[in-house]
Design a protein around this ligand. Structure first.
Ligand code: SAM
Length: 289
């Protein structure tokens, strides 16, 4: 088997300074791909129980086993909270899973995905076909480039912007700053909603608090939601939602998927509302009443 610094004795171990003293481990059946792209270390391995796994710079991005909960929630929370989402932008998201979810909405007319690293798109098409099928939908346009720069050139263009980024180190660092939220606001149409990967309430409350507070200076409506994603740190992933319209309740879905179509495996209208209910320690840590 080829070697990788995070794989020892047949186990992948996710160690990073972002969650010191803990490490998610997955048993490896086979390394399928490893390269150093222009931006990051890109690894795909076949796990013994959780399907193929995409890892960037040593951090698990998606497993075929549990990816649906994250992809569905980051896509359907903002789209279902929007009155009429027609033009959608995804920043990051190079595995294609968020695209797969967005195109389930018949109201959507166009989706643009801006991913900085072509290697992520290429290996996802090869090794994560159920996620990457989103790339082949006729409403989808893919741009390989920096999402931050792309926003500067596309003012007032989108109903929903979804930032499916990696963690705030490396190329994704700029995607957590105040400047990025200000740029996204300029790129929204009236009534527009942004939804960003909001890290983990068990590990990153100070960072989440800082992003929420700076967002509130820009957007009249800001909310935090979360979902269970077993292979993310602490099995928990948050979402930061901001709307440029005052008085909006983003926890209330404005439409539902027809039950007979069985469009989702995690998301339901009840899960949507429940995702915005925060535990007491989270409310306290975020300075919420
Ligand atoms: N959903 C997973 C998660 O949160 O762990 C996967 C996210 S992964 C697909 C995030 C993607 O964002 C990576 O492919 C990375 O290359 C991309 N990315 C990071 N910085 C970016 C930037 N400045 N502009 C566009 N894409 C960026």
């Amino acid at each position: 088997m080829p070697s990788h610094k995070n794989i020892k004795d047949g186990w992948f171990r996710e160690t990073t300074a972002l969650w010191p003293g803990q490490a998610m481990s997955l048993q490896v059946q086979e390394i399928l791909h490893h390269e150093k792209s222009l931006f990051q270390d890109v690894l795909v391995f076949k796990s013994t129980n959780h399907g193929n796994v995409l890892v960037l710079d040593g951090v698990i991005q998606a497993t075929e086993w549990d990816e649906f909960s994250y992809q569905e929630m980051i896509a359907h929370l903002p789209l279902m909270a929007h009155k009429n989402p027609k033009n959608i932008l995804v920043i990051g998201g190079g595995d294609g899973g968020v695209l797969r979810e967005i195109v389930k909405h018949p109201e959507v007319e166009s989706v643009t995905l801006v991913e900085i690293d072509e290697a992520v798109i290429r290996v996802s098409k090869q090794f994560l076909p159920d996620m990457a099928k989103g790339f082949y939908h006729p409403k989808v346009t893919v741009v390989v480039g920096d999402g931050f720069k792309y926003l500067k050139d596309n003012v007032g263009a989108f109903d929903v912007i979804i930032t499916d980024s990696s963690d705030p180190v490396g190329p994704a660092d700029v995607l957590f700053g105040e400047g990025f939220y200000a740029l996204m606001k300029k790129s929204l149409k009236t009534g527009g909603i942004v939804c960003t990967q909001g890290e983990c309430q068990w590990l990153h409350l100070p960072l989440i608090k800082q992003v929420l507070e700076s967002s509130r200076l820009l957007y009249p409506t800001v909310a935090y939601a979360w979902a269970s994603v077993p292979t993310y740190p602490c099995g928990n992933m948050g979402f930061i939602l901001c709307c440029n319209e005052e008085g909006r309740d983003l926890s209330r879905p404005l439409r539902i998927f027809p039950p007979e179509k069985e469009e989702t495996r995690y998301y339901t209208a009840e899960v949507h509302a429940a995702a915005f209910v925060l535990p007491a320690f989270t409310r306290k840590g975020l300075g919420l009443p």
